[in-house]
Design a protein around this ligand. Structure first.
Ligand SMILES: NC(=O)c1ccc[n+]([C@@H]2O[C@H](COP(=O)([O-])OP(=O)(O)OC[C@H]3O[C@@H](n4cnc5c(N)ncnc54)[C@H](O)[C@@H]3O)[C@@H](O)[C@H]2O)c1
Length: 414
């Protein structure tokens, strides 16, 4: 609802795993924020499931369904204020966003906004030309501990930040999942340096309130794929191209049984007939071209240096970051169990989850700071972000909303 009392009309494109977050928001806690009029997806089966879900769970009024080719028709017919872009592969975003802008809508899109500079520029140009806005849902900014780190840095706790060491670990459950489906082709996702690291580079730029001026990067695939030697070490010679009918399923630690998870079975396995989208492709297939091991060095405007690495084949998932400043050091990190995709297995059992923020004054005793907590997806970030997207009426002092310009014509979107 706008400040003038108008009920906002939403439509959504891409009804896969991530899209549910927005539908649960509009059906549940943010029901009064607007109405979801229609959905569009290339896969009819997934849309019908979601339509049924919304009716049964929220008694939601009828959501109209449009097939993938009818995206433009949907916007022309439904005349939405805002298009929610939750489609994947990420390479689809620029066409979907630009079309929505050209047809007079604002856009809220999942990250990454797109996968390369040319497509990015195309979106920026379309936004400028149409005067319509694009908001990118960088949920990581909203998790309470990460917002806390931002406040501590902004308050000057460690003085001027001179250098940063940032390590991100993806595990053999969640990390492996990027090698099972569309993400594993650079032409779809831009590689993990775009698809995944976009969150981390966004966090860095936001934490420091700065832009990078020089970037050097290296990456390679050293674990997944056909030529790493890992499949052979695991005794998986003769593996197939997907788990469903693989001869090695009983001995493979990466075996994913789509039928074991209600979500994977109903949304994906049982709807393969529509689009041939296999969610369980082999992580040791030759048919992939993204890296699983990446290192980046960055210099920021003020001279701050960042050293960053991402590995996607580790025994635990989370991150460690150290900010080194003129008045001391701030260390922050999280060990989190994976909760996205996969069939819920945690290989090797669970490890203790912890989130810490430690302050080491330059000339004083170190302090373990009390960490703010949140609940729900992405360290509590998802729910805070949804409230900001759908309900915020005042400007956020932490400036967590990301995108191109401001939603000048929709006051509540700040
Ligand atoms: N912010 C986060 O933490 C987070 C987490 C997961 C995914 N994502 C992002 O969300 C998006 C969706 O990811 P996902 O895991 O749900 O993917 P998915 O593959 O599970 O679902 C994507 C859906 O988009 C549909 N689609 C593809 N092209 C289309 C088109 N041209 N028109 C209409 N529908 C189309 C597919 O049929 C599918 O149903 C991606 O951009 C991804 O990067 C973000």
């Amino acid at each position: 609802m706008t400040s003038e009392g108008k009920t906002l009309r939403y439509v959504q494109v891409g009804i896969g795993h991530r899209s549910l977050l927005y539908d649960d928001a509009l059906g549940g806690p943010h029901r009064n924020a607007g109405v979801l009029c229609a959905m569009c997806d290339k896969n009819r089966g997934r849309m019908e499931l979601r339509q049924k879900y919304m009716t049964e769970k929220y008694q939601y009024p009828e959501i109209k369904l449009y097939d993938g080719d009818d995206y433009e028709t949907m916007i022309r017919t439904e005349k939405p204020d805002i298009v929610l872009v939750t489609a994947g592969p990420d390479v689809t975003h620029d066409d979907l966003i630009v079309k929505a802008l050209e047809l007079g809508c604002d856009v809220v899109t999942e990250k990454p906004m797109t996968i390369d500079p040319q497509r990015c520029q195309r979106i920026i140009d379309a936004s400028k030309k149409t005067g319509k806005n694009v908001r990118v849902t960088f949920n990581y900014r909203y998790s309470p501990p990460r917002s806390q780190v931002k406040e501590l840095l902004d308050a000057g706790l460690i003085g001027k930040v001179l250098s940063v060491d940032f390590e991100w670990a993806l595990d053999t459950s969640h990390g492996a999942d990027y090698f099972r489906r569309w993400h594993r082709k650079k032409e779809n996702s831009g590689g993990l340096m775009v698809h995944k690291s976009t969150h981390h580079f966004d966090l860095m730029n936001w934490w420091l309130s700065e832009q990078p001026v020089a970037v050097e990067a290296m990456g390679r695939r050293s674990f997944y794929g056909a030529d790493s030697g890992v499949a052979k070490d695991l005794g998986l010679d003769g593996h197939g191209e997907r788990c469903l009918d693989c001869a090695c399923k009983t001995k493979c630690p990466f075996y994913l049984d789509l039928s074991k998870s209600e979500n994977l079975r109903t949304y994906y396995l049982e709807n393969e007939k529509y689009d041939g989208y296999f969610r369980d492709k082999c992580v040791f297939s030759a048919d992939m071209n993204i890296e699983d091991n990446m290192n980046v060095m960055v210099r920021y405007q003020s001279g701050t240096m960042l050293s960053y690495c991402l590995n996607a084949f580790l025994p635990w998932e989370g991150y460690r970051i150290s900010f080194n400043g003129t008045k001391g050091r701030l260390e922050h990190g999280t060990v989190e169990s994976t909760y996205i995709a996969g069939d819920g297995r945690v290989q090797g059992g669970t490890i203790a989850e912890e989130t810490y923020i430690r302050h080491f004054p330059a000339f004083g005793a170190p302090v373990n700071l009390e960490v703010r907590t949140g609940t729900g997806g992405h360290g509590g970030g998802d729910s805070v972000m949804l409230a900001d997207i759908f309900e915020a009426k005042t400007a956020d002092p932490l400036k967590r909303a990301a995108g191109i310009g401001r939603f000048s014509n929709i006051s509540h979107l700040g």
